[in-house]
Design a protein. Structure first.
Length: 276
């Protein structure tokens, strides 16, 4: 007789009901009773930290993660991943389709989640040392190996097309750094002009996010995943809004659409012509 399959995870453990092995009586997340204990005592942000790190956050860590979630929750309709979700909304895609479009487009190496991955690796290698940071930046650009991703064409965490660092990024960095006065965020805040000169670009939100994740004790893979997750709310609401507004109020496209009252009618194709 074959053995039942075993799920290997250190994150989650379930105890079945006595009368139904497929129903859950108790669910433990890293040893904490989710529905009997965590639900009553923790915030969502504290639970999110527990899921990623396997331990309870300190009050300082919980506050930083909470504010970081606000910073990246909605990048706005000019962001390419949000636009992708809006495309889905106006085109009648399913809710899942809109969010998958946002995830796919926002996963890349320019303002996307994989840029966060590289930026965190830079900060981690630098260890708050400007010379080591320069070395990490140079190594990233010198790496021409192609795998799933193409080689980076700019220093991760910085915008190569920027003129001056956007006000919202400066504001976000200043506040987040105040929550971790001795961490990576504070070092980034104090050295931003010098680092921007080295990177030949202005600091991007991906660089701020990566620094915050390093202060939270997350690795590059965790930071990349968290970035994708936390940005979905903005994509979702813009997709829903555009679904209601329709094509006539779709940004960057509506001015090129000319709807005619007496447009010619085109007959349905004859499938027999295609041998069907």
């Amino acid at each position: 007789m074959s053995q039942p399959p075993v799920l290997h995870t250190a994150i989650w453990q379930e105890q079945p009901e006595a009368d139904n092995p497929f129903a859950t009586k108790q669910a433990l997340c890293h040893g904490y009773d989710v529905y009997g204990e965590v639900l009553k005592k923790a915030s969502f942000i504290e639970y999110l930290y527990l899921l990623f790190k396997g331990e309870r956050p300190t009050a300082q860590q919980a506050l930083l993660l909470d504010k970081l979630a606000i910073v990246v929750a909605n990048a706005g309709p000019r962001d390419h991943s949000v636009r992708a979700a809006m495309n889905g909304g106006v085109g009648g895609s399913t809710a899942a389709g809109c969010l998958m479009a946002a995830l796919a487009v926002g996963a890349g190496q320019y303002c996307g989640a994989h840029e966060v991955f590289h930026a965190l690796n830079i900060w981690q290698f630098a260890q708050q040392d400007v010379n080591r940071c320069q070395q990490a930046m140079s190594q990233l650009l010198a790496n021409k190996e192609v795998d799933i991703w193409q080689p980076m064409e700019h220093v991760a965490g910085f915008d190569p097309h920027g003129v001056t660092c956007p006000t919202i990024i400066v504001q976000s960095l200043a506040y987040l750094a105040s929550l971790m006065p001795n961490g990576q965020l504070a070092w980034l805040f104090n050295h931003r002009p010098q680092l921007e000169q080295m990177a030949q670009g202005t600091l991007a939100m991906t660089g701020v996010f990566a620094a915050a994740c390093l202060d939270l004790g997350l690795n590059a893979e965790q930071a990349e995943m968290l970035f994708l997750q936390l940005r979905l709310s903005g994509a979702a609401v813009h997709a829903l809004e555009q679904q209601q507004l329709g094509w006539k109020k779709f940004p960057y496209v509506s001015q090129f659409i000319d709807l005619q009252k007496n447009a010619p009618q085109f007959p349905m194709p004859n499938i027999e012509e295609f041998g069907l």
